[in-house]
Each structure stands twice: as structure tokens, then as C-alpha cells.
Write a protein that binds this ligand. Structure first.
Ligand code: ADP
Ligand code: MG
Length: 727
């Protein structure tokens, strides 16, 4: 019964009529670009056609830019294929491998394939590589393009397929030696686009969530039956929107307020964002109960990666949360920014997949016309640190001349080289150091890897730092509850973990308590902690531990024996605010070896105008150590936020933060206190290199140029070798 339903669904997809032609084209070509509208069946069907149509094919790898897409697609395809997940069809994402020796079709993130390529540039175990969702243009996808092009020269029999939604198609073919393009004609219906009369997108930043809820409610009450997809930017606002809409529905009198009350008598509301819980609700893909309208609040994930059936109305906020390079810190930050015209068109298109639909844009037509035409590829707006480190590990030395489909800004590459140099990952000739080699063992950001190695090799606290690093690699552990009353309760419960030194140790306390309570779901629920996130962190921690053991990196604890509340011990210490359970200083010093640029100093003067915000939380204005222009604030959920501090301290002058969130102000997230002495030297060097770039006179400048020059020379030599070998 289910099997016939699935078969029917498979046969109804646009790709189905081209099944044989697609198989023939793949048999004939070793480089091929396949283009088809989102939802036409590329991701779920084409790899299955290959499984069915190629007898001797060993392993097919299909990359997805998003972890969550890799999981859901693999789950769906194994179901369609009639096998258990992890058998014929499986997935590999960072820290989670669900494949076996039987697996012939492996969905994986582009990041995982990239890591595999660092170990085996020929990708020996694969017969076919499919780079899917190529239009998303993540850094990893872009680097894979360059690597695969090189692999094609060395191993021309490897089949390489690029699959993309209909955006910028010639570009991919041009890059891959002008290879053929297979077009899958779409079946899309007309979408009627409604713009807001006059709202400028720039003025919507603080109101779009509320406006999106209003618009969804408008559709629900005024439009004919059909499901609604609302594009927002992130987990918190999506949860809030769901709550608000459900609350607003309670006030509706369907008989008088709802135009199509005969057919529309209720609603079901779902969130979807890139954590597992939401995607596990299969109901998102199902038809809603009869006479009920399904309303889905989604991040960008629903723009092209995941297709929700039945959508007839789209509400487009006009915003997306995007990774962006932050020139003040040299790191990546997440920013909520206006989307591009191409993205707006894609979003609207989601309403016309199975029948004519309507899209409601919260911004005016004029604003739409002023949007960027295309989204800038991620590689041109991110810090490139991990990318450059992986390329170094692959012995690709000339990164500035690596074959990119759209080369990154050379300044960003140089900046990444400089940062890696400062982290000790490369030497002043641009060569990977043994430290850099050790750093690339871990599938972590180079900053976290650096801190972890410092804790193992220098400070003797790798067990604790490993735990904190795991927690910094997952999403938010604290749940923001649905009502204000519960929020107050959650704020209260969080206090039990607060550590006087700040949030790094708070995370450690929290994880220890989670362990002590047997990883209990109830225990998490009572404390408004995300059980799923914590268990992911535990899993990451186990894997980091394995990697450390495998590579002989010492696992040492700085936990003290019989240390509970030893007052004398506390007094003896210079910084007597620290408890005596761990050597907190060692832990924080480990982090400061990597995060020395994320240092901020408390604002020393009282502002002339004692404005509201600082009057409410005095002492919460900080200034970035590297750019005195930027005013920073400690996040209100931090243990160091003035009202949360366990110990009253007036001397909280220097803090280190893990990352920054720009809302209406710049918020430091995960903040701990530091001593300036820990980082002074590094900061000085950093500033020297930074200034050298400006005045061009110092030694530092020379060494920086050397990094870059050496890069090109060596690589030319290396390239020649490779070519000669081939000939
Ligand atoms: P494309 O890659 O061309 O965008 P997909 O292969 O992802 O298309 O999707 C094809 C169809 O399969 C879509 O109509 C989608 O709704 C359906 N589909 C995908 N994943 C699931 C799932 N987990 N459950 C039910 N249907 C799904
Ligand atoms: Mg797809």
C-alpha cells in the first residue's frame, strides 16, 4: 500500500519522464551539469536512477550543503528504495556517520567530502560524485569544484555531476571545461506576486517577524484553502512567530472572521529550521487534517533544499541570516541581511509547484528592484580560515591561484594566512607547521582546534576544554520558552550553572551536571535545556576524545582533588573569585591562545548622556580591543551580564568572547573574564601585522608578503611536477 503510494509519487515527478535520457547522458559523459527546478526530483531520484541503471557502480557520493538535508534526503531515499537507512543508502555528516560496508549511495555534506579529499585527493572509493544544490555556492562546494576539476585531470573515469536549480547555469559548465548541460523542463505554475505598498526593506528589520505573522493570519482568514510557507531567518524568531500565530488564532471566530470558513476551520503551525527536532516531525511533509490549513515558518532551508508539498501561499520577509566576514574581528559573524532578487524569485516560486499560487512580499516593489541581483557566493564573504587550512593540509600551496569558480578577495585570503600564522598553524614561509597539522586533525574551526591543542600541550586541561569545545560546536543549549512567565523561570534555573569567571566554565558546569544526572531528558526539560543539543555535544565530545587518543594528544584534567569550596585555597589565589574545583585560569588561558582577538575592554568613562540602556545595566558597555570604535555589550543570558553575576565585581575590565551577534546592538556571546597579560604579546603582534598592511614599512609586512610569495613559487613548481608525472 505504502509502496504503491511511493511509486506513484516518484512517477509523478518531472524528472521521471527523462529517466532513461538522464541515465544515457550520465553513461556517456564524465562531466555533466544537470539543471532542474527545485522540487523536480533531482536530489531524491537521480541517484536512485544511477543505483538502478548502473550495475557495477561501487559508491555514489552526493553532497548537500546542509547537514539536515543530507539526513532527511537519505532517510526518504532509503524508504523509497525499500531498505533500512545505513544499508544501501546512508548519510555522513560531521560527527555522525550512518553508512556501512553495504552502502552504495551516500548522501553527505560538502564539508565531509572536502575532508575526505584532504586524505585522498583522488577520491578512490567513489565511482560517481554528485555535487548537489550547487547553486547554494557554499565555501565547501566552491572548493570542491576546484578540487574535482583537478581530480578529473588525474582520474578522468570518475564521473562528476553537478546538480543545480535554475540559476546561473552556464557558469558551472564553463568552469568544467564547457561540459554538456542536461535541462529538466520544469512544471511550474503562475505565481501572483504582491508587494507591500510602500515598506522599505531597510525599515523592516525590527518589525518583519510581527508583520509576517500578520500576513500569515491575513492569508488564513482571507484566502482560499492552501498551505502557507513563511520565510524568516532563525530558530528564535520562528519559534516566536509560531507562538504568536497560535495565540492569534485563539481570538478568531471562524464563522465571522474567516472568508472560506466552509473549507477552512483550523490551522496547524510548524517551525522548520536546521536542527533535527523540527525535521523529525514528518507531519511537515504530510497533508494537514481535513479543513485545516498548514502554516510553516521556515528559514532559508525551505528556499531550495527542502520541498514542502501543498504550498500555495508564500510570505517572504525579505531577510536571511547569513555568514559574513567581520573585518573588525577577522572572524565570521552571522548577520540578518536582505536577500537577493534571485532568492526572492526562488522563494515566490515555492508557491507555484503544484498549482497556481500567491506570494506576499513584506517589502515594496521599489525595494525589490534595489536588492542585489544575485547572492554573493559565501567564499567572497567569509574568513576562509578553515578553507585555507584544509588547502594547506592538501598541500595546495598556492591558494591565491587555486582554481576557484569565483575567486575570493585576495585580501581575505591574505587575512586568513595572517590569522593562521598568528595561530601558529603556518610558519612565515606559509608552510603548514606541526601545530597546523595537528589542528587539521579536528573537524572544528581552527580557533577551537587551537584552543584544544593548547589545553593539551601547554595548560594541562584538555578534558575540560574538550567538553567546552563540544558545547561551542552545537547550537544553543538553552531553550527560550514560549511564555514570559516560563522565561523568568528559565532565567532562574540557568543560575544554578553560572560560574563566576563567565560562560566557558558555565558550559562546563552545565555539562558535568548533565553527566551526573545520567543524561536525563526530564532533568533537561526541568531546566529548559535542549536535550537533543546536549546529547549531540556529548557525541562530539566522544569523537574528539577518540581523535585525541588516536593521535596521541594528551587527555589531562585540571580538576582538583578534594577541592569543594576550600575557602583557604580560594583566598590563596590571586583571582579569588574563582571557585577551586578546576583550575579555571588554565582553561581560560587555553581559549585565549586562539581567541586573543576577541578581547574587549570595559568602557572606562561614564557616558555624557546617561542613556536608558546603560542606566539599566551599568557597566555593560565594552569596547573591542582591536577597534575602539565598536561598542559591545554582554549578552543578557551571560553569566557576566551585570544582573546575573554570581559575585559582584567592579573590576571586570577585560573579557574574551566566543562570537558576536549583531542585532540592534553588537552582543558578545559566551563571555569570560581574562587577564590582559595572557594575550598582550599576541595582540601586539596582531596589531603590528595589521598596521604593517597599512604603512607597508615594517618587517612584519615583509614576512606577510613572504607568506604569499612563497606560496605561488612553490606551487608553480609543484604543478609542474604533477603535469610532468601525468605526461
Ligand atoms: P529537487 O532536488 O529537484 O529539488 P527533491 O528530489 O528534493 O527535488 O524532491 C522531490 C519531491 O520529493 C518533492 O516534491 C518533495 O516534496 C518530495 N520529498 C522530498 N523529501 C521528502 C520527504 N522526506 N518526505 C516526503 N516527501 C519528500
Ligand atoms: Mg535538491
Amino acid at each position: 500500500m505504502i509502496a504503491t503510494k511511493i511509486l506513484k509519487q516518484r512517477e509523478s515527478l518531472p524528472v521521471f519522464s527523462y529517466r532513461q535520457e538522464i541515465i544515457d547522458a550520465i553513461k556517456k559523459e564524465n562531466l555533466l551539469v544537470i539543471i532542474g527546478e527545485t522540487g523536480s526530483g533531482k536530489t531524491t531520484q537521480i541517484p536512485q536512477y544511477i543505483l538502478e541503471g548502473f550495475e557495477n557502480c561501487r559508491l555514489i557520493g552526493v553532497t548537500q550543503p546542509r547537514r539536515i538535508a543530507a539526513i532527511t534526503v537519505a532517510t526518504r531515499v532509503s524508504e523509497e528504495h525499500g531498505t533500512r537507512l545505513g544499508e544501501d543508502v546512508g548519510y555522513s555528516i560531521r560527527f555522525d556517520d550512518c553508512t556501512s560496508s553495504k552502502t552504495r549511495l551516500r548522501y553527505m555534506t560538502d564539508g565531509v567530502l572536502l575532508r575526505e579529499a584532504t586524505l585522498d585527493t583522488q577520491l578512490e572509493q567513489y565511482d560517481i560524485i554528485i555535487v548537489d544544490e550547487a547553486h547554494e555556492r557554499t565555501v565547501e562546494t566552491d572548493v570542491l569544484f576546484g578540487l574535482l576539476k583537478a581530480t578529473h585531470r588525474l582520474r578522468p573515469e570518475l564521473k562528476i555531476l553537478i546538480m543545480s536549480a535554475t540559476l546561473n547555469v552556464e557558469k558551472f559548465s564553463d568552469f568544467f571545461n564547457g561540459c554538456p548541460i542536461f535541462f529538466i523542463p520544469g512544471r511550474t505554475f503562475n505565481v501572483n506576486i504582491n508587494h507591500h505598498r510602500d515598506a522599505k526593506i531597510s525599515s523592516l528589520k525590527s518589525t518583519y517577524v510581527q508583520r509576517a505573522v500578520e500576513t500569515a493570519l491575513y492569508v488564513h482568514t482571507q484566502e482560499s484553502p492552501g498551505d502557507v510557507l513563511v520565510f524568516l531567518t532563525g530558530q528564535n524568531e520562528i519559534d516566536k512567530a509560531c507562538r504568536d500565530l497560535i495565540a492569534r488564532e485563539k481570538d478568531l471566530d471562524y464563522r465571522t472572521d474567516v472568508k472560506y470558513a466552509d473549507e477552512v476551520r483550523g490551522m496547524v503551525v510548524y517551525p522548520i529550521y536546521s536542527t533535527l527536532e523540527t525535521m523529525e516531525q514528518k507531519a511537515i511533509f504530510d497533508d494537514p487534517p481535513r479543513y485545516t490549513r498548514k502554516i510553516v515558518f521556515a528559514t532559508n532551508i525551505a528556499q531550495t533544499s527542502v520541498t514542502i508539498p501543498g504550498i500555495k501561499y508564500v510570505v517572504d520577509s525579505g531577510f536571511v541570516k547569513q555568514k559574513s566576514y567581520d573585518p573588525t574581528t577577522g572572524m565570521d559573524a552571522l548577520l540578518v541581511v536582505p536577500i537577493s532578487q534571485a532568492a526572492a524569485t526562488q522563494r515566490a516560486g515555492r508557491a507555484g509547484r503544484t498549482a497556481p499560487g500567491k506570494a506576499f512580499r513584506l517589502y515594496s516593489r521599489e525595494s525589490f528592484e534595489k536588492l542585489d541581483e544575485e547572492t554573493v557566493p559565501e567564499i567572497q564573504r567569509s574568513s576562509l580560515l578553515s578553507t585555507v587550512l584544509s588547502l594547506k593540509k592538501m598541500e595546495i600551496k598556492d591558494i591565491l591561484n587555486f582554481e576557484f569558480i569565483d575567486p575570493p578577495d585576495p585580501l581575505l585570503v591574505k587575512n586568513a594566512l595572517r590569522q593562521l600564522f598568528l595561530l601558529g598553524a603556518i610558519d612565515n614561509e606559509g608552510k603548514l607547521t606541526s601545530l597546523g597539522d595537528e589542528m587539521s586533525i579536528f573537524p572544528l574551526s581552527p580557533f577551537l582546534s587551537r584552543a584544544l591543542i593548547a589545553s593539551a600541550r601547554q595548560f594541562g586541561c584538555s578534558k575540560e576544554v574538550m567538553t567546552i569545545v563540544s558545547l561551542l560546536s552545537v547550537e544553543e543549549v538553552f531553550i527560550s520558552p514560549r511564555t514570559e512567565k516560563k522565561q523568568t523561570e528559565a532565567d532562574e534555573r540557568r543560575k544554578e550553572f553560572y560560574h563566576p569567571s563567565g560562560d566557558h566554565l558555565t558550559l562546563l558546569n552545565l555539562f558535568e551536571a548533565y553527566q551526573d544526572n545520567g543524561h536525563s531528558r526530564e532533568w533537561c526539560r526541568d531546566r529548559y535545556l535542549n536535550h537533543r543539543t546536549l546529547s549531540t555535544a556529548k557525541n562530539i565530545r566522544d569523537q574528539l576524545r577518540e581523535l585525541m587518543i588516536k593521535h596521541n594528544i594528551p587527555l589531562i584534567s585540571c580538576r582538583k582533588k578534594n577541592s569543594h569550596n576550600d575557602e583557604r585555597e580560594k583566598k590563596k589565589r590571586k583571582l579569588n573569585y574563582l571557585d577551586a574545583k578546576y583550575d579555571s585560569i588554565k582553561i581560560l588561558e587555553s581559549f585565549s591562545t586562539a581567541y586573543y582577538i576577541n578581547i574587549a575592554k570595559r568602557h572606562s568613562h561614564r557616558p555624557v548622556f546617561y542613556h536608558y540602556a546603560s542606566a539599566r545595566s551599568p557597566g555593560n558597555e565594552y569596547v573591542d580591543a582591536n577597534s575602539s570604535l565598536l561598542a559591545l555589550h554582554i549578552s543578557p543570558v551571560s553569566a557576566l551580564f551585570p544582573e546575573n553575576r554570581v559575585v559582584k565585581m567592579d573590576d571586570l575590565d577585560w573579557v574574551m568572547y566566543h562570537n558576536m551577534l549583531y542585532t540592534n546592538k553588537a552582543l558578545m556571546k559566551v563571555v569570560s573574564r581574562v587577564n590582559l597579560e595572557w594575550v598582550e604579546e599576541k595582540l601586539k603582534l596582531f596589531k603590528e601585522l595589521e598596521n604593517a598592511r597599512l604603512d607597508g614599512s615594517s618587517v612584519a609586512k615583509e614576512s606577510e608578503d613572504k607568506i604569499v610569495e612563497n606560496d605561488s613559487e612553490k606551487n608553480d613548481a609543484k604543478n609542474k611536477e604533477v603535469i610532468e608525472e601525468n605526461e
